[in-house]
Ligand binder design. Structure first.
Ligand code: ADP
Ligand code: MG
Length: 691
């Protein structure tokens, strides 16, 4: 395959625009893309026409405004280009108005009570910064989604607003250093983990089919103890799948770069080259879709769930985040001149302060039912938010905060305790895999996000909280008479005051849990514990001050996340009951009967089978226990209710989850005793070693 040729072949990208648009139209569109300047209808009409012609030549019949409602998924409603004519034939048309704005019925998307369903109208607005593309026979136009009354109904709009907020704040700080770049942008590179499973095996399990994870399943004989899967040789069937994924993504202009096997058997990762938060988010949504659809071509199923298998590593999404200027400067890259170091230290201080001040909101941004099985459940990373700086940088920060009285005469070289920061190499920073928020040389890697999450929500939070601390820094330093000295003092003061958030040790250890508690850091283990923080006054204050979300939008988003947790638990609970009652219990009864019949026939001819009888006794008592635990969960399920989503969430966590865990425990023990012939669905070994 000729990658250069196919790359972006299904994207209405700059070269295609240049080739197909009149010069002045192209110029004004590029200006809109680069500077966000307003687009007039003439330009929109010309662009729509060119887009349509290009789409028709590429076999399209429809177009769709592609948007990202608060479900975290993407939504699309396809309209054909047909337009009737007088002689009862059709022509293919697409106007600037149709390109710029759409009116999908918004009533069935979650709004957290934001908008009564009778005010169902919402509209989608074209986002020219993310290029239109073709999938199948449809032209996809990335859009944002808002209600007629102006409330934001999607994930893209606040992401774009958070980009504006951080750009504004970062420019103010850079101005203090005499720098005035045209743009400052946030970059994201999301590493995507996923599992593959044979589609036919997956279809035999209701839990995988309905909830995306196994609700039952005894440990396989071989787990991940051998460490032989990570970076291991990629099997042929999987390689064929991966290669088709790459091809499809490249056609869509996604910079798919790295692919490899992950730690767990049947687990893999794909990572792109980073781009702006907005494009990365769109591309990550596309990547998840392509993984799913291409898997089907290979009789595979792609599991994006955070924890498909108990006792086996789960899947996350490492969100690599940084800031850069239009002059090509990365703001978290330590420089080799002292002045540059000062700028780096100030930006570093802003992130440290943001993560410490808003650790709970960061935690809430990754709170989902699926992710509860990773965070706080003995898996990477822990639910306690902390930062890892790497040994070298941690030592520098440590020295600085202790010598914070070191003064400099204005204009002279600043005595930072280190003339130049050491060239911080990736390999010295990237070794701690247990840290939720790690500095990795020129960026920060937030490792807590779940594999299925849209990265929009996470980056809305990161952009907003760092915008806030950069704003505070700018407020304090603007008008300073002795800028270098004051900036240095401020950075070192922040290092000292926010010392508690830095942790370079093992995030899995019990000692860290105790130590974190001593430091006063939160350990919000589950979604119902974390989400109230998202709607706290502190959270509302920062989102409204940075003009990213209004108070009501913060509250509705919290509500939607909480409802999503509750709905997930609801389906898991019901699926579990169904499987236990209709599949597992009958299997256990049948198998026990097989054993007891066998004992009876032996006894009839005078044979004694004491061990087998013991087995039968254990099977019987475990089956009895199974029934009791089914009943307990059944009863618990009847009591779910009420108006308050947060209270319902707490009920699920405190009452339903323990009942589910108990039921699973018994069923999994029974699985190890019942003959495979009788067991009603594929086991972990079948699923994990399908190739
Ligand atoms: P590792 O597994 O060692 O963390 P990968 O290469 O798998 O590294 O993934 C790193 C991700 O970080 C890639 O998506 C990469 O493009 C992205 N990345 C690199 N530099 C930056 C940066 N300055 N800002 C944001 N993302 C970045
Ligand atoms: Mg990484």
């Amino acid at each position: 395959m000729n990658v250069v040729e196919i790359f972006g072949s299904k994207v209405f990208n700059l070269p295609t625009m240049k080739e197909r648009l009149p010069k002045d139209i192209y110029k004004s569109l590029v200006k809109t893309i680069n500077d966000g300047s307003k687009l007039d209808l003439n330009v929109a009409n010309a662009v729509a026409h060119a887009m349509k012609e290009w789409a028709l030549e590429n076999g399209c019949t429809h177009y769709t405004h592609w948007f990202q409602p608060m479900t975290g998924l993407t939504a699309e409603k396809h309209d054909s280009f047909i337009q009737p004519t007088d002689d009862r034939t059709v022509v293919m048309e697409f106007s600037g108005k149709e390109l710029v704005m759409g009116e999908p019925d918004a009533s069935s998307f979650p709004s957290g009570g934001l908008r009564a369903t009778f005010e169902a109208r919402g509209y989608t607005a074209w986002d020219p910064t993310s290029f239109a593309f073709i999938k199948g026979t449809t032209l996809y136009i990335p859009t944002s989604f808002v209600s007629y009354t102006g409330e934001v109904l999607d994930k893209k709009t606040p992401l774009l607003k958070s980009d504006v907020a951080i750009e504004k704040a970062a420019k103010r700080v850079l101005a203090l250093f005499g720098k005035h770049p045209k743009r400052v942008v946030a970059y994201v590179g999301p590493e995507q983990e996923y599992f593959l499973v044979d589609k036919n095996l997956r279809n035999k399990r209701k839990d995988l089919l309905l909830t995306g994870r196994t609700l039952f399943g005894a440990k396989p004989a071989k787990g991940q103890e051998m460490d032989d899967h990570y970076f291991g040789q990629i099997k042929e069937r999987v390689a064929a799948f991966m290669s088709e994924v790459d091809e499809e993504l490249w056609k869509l202009g996604v910079l798919a770069k790295t692919k490899h096997n992950e730690v767990a058997p049947a687990q893999h990762e794909i990572a792109p080259i980073f781009s702006t938060t907005n494009i990365s988010t769109d591309h990550n949504q596309l990547t998840m879709e392509i993984l799913k659809t291409v898997a089907e071509h290979h009789d595979l199923y792609c599991l994006l769930h955070e924890k498909p298998y108990e006792g086996i590593n789960g899947s996350g999404k490492h969100n690599n985040w940084s800031l850069g200027t239009s002059d090509g400067e990365l703001l978290f890259k330590p420089g080799d001149k002292p002045e540059e170091n000062l700028q780096f230290l100030v930006f570093l201080a802003a992130v440290i302060k943001a993560v410490d001040d808003y650790a709970d909101i960061l935690r809430a941004s990754v709170a989902t039912a699926g992710n509860d099985h990773r965070l706080g459940a003995n898996e990477a990373p822990p639910a306690i938010i902390s930062m890892y700086l790497g040994d070298q940088l941690a030592a520098v920060v440590d020295r600085l905060k202790k010598h914070k009285s070191v003064k400099s005469v204005s204009g002279e070289q600043i005595e930072t305790g280190v003339d130049a920061l050491p060239d911080i190499k990736k390999d010295t920073t990237d070794r701690n895999r247990t840290s939720p928020f790690a500095f990795t040389g020129n960026r920060f890697e937030f490792r807590a996000p779940g594999s299925r999450q849209s990265v929009a929500g996470i980056n809305i939070v990161i952009n907003t909280i760092v915008a806030e601390t950069l704003t505070e820094i700018a407020d304090e330093l603007e008008g300073s008479k002795d800028f270098k000295n004051d900036a240095f003092e401020l950075a070192t003061r922040i290092f000292a005051e926010h010392d508690r958030i830095i942790f370079n040790g093992n995030g899995y250890s019990d000692e860290w849990v105790k130590e974190a508690e001593r430091r006063g850091l939160d350990n919000l283990k589950t979604t119902p514990e974390a989400l109230p923080r998202f709607v706290s006054q502190k959270s509302i204050d920062v989102f409204t001050k940075q003009e990213v979300l209004t108070e009501i939008e913060v509250k509705t988003r919290g509500e939607i996340m909480m409802e999503e947790y509750n709905n997930t638990l609801h389906f898991e609970m019901l699926t579990m009951l169904e499987m236990a009652k209709q599949e597992i219990l009958p299997a256990c009864l049948k198998y026990t009967k097989f054993v007891t019949d066998d004992i009876a026939s032996k006894k009839a001819i005078g044979l004694d089978a004491p061990n087998e009888t013991d087995r039968a006794r254990t099977l019987t008592s475990l089956t009895e226990e199974l029934i009791t635990r089914i009943d307990t969960l059944d009863k618990a399920s009847e009591k779910v209710g009420g108006e308050d989503a947060y209270a319902i969430g707490m009920y699920y966590k405190d009452t339903v989850v323990p009942a589910m865990d108990a039921l699973r425990e018994t069923a999994d023990t029974l699985e190890t005793m019942v003959s495979k012939e009788y067991w009603p669905f594929p086991t972990y070994t079948d699923l994990l070693y399908y190739v």
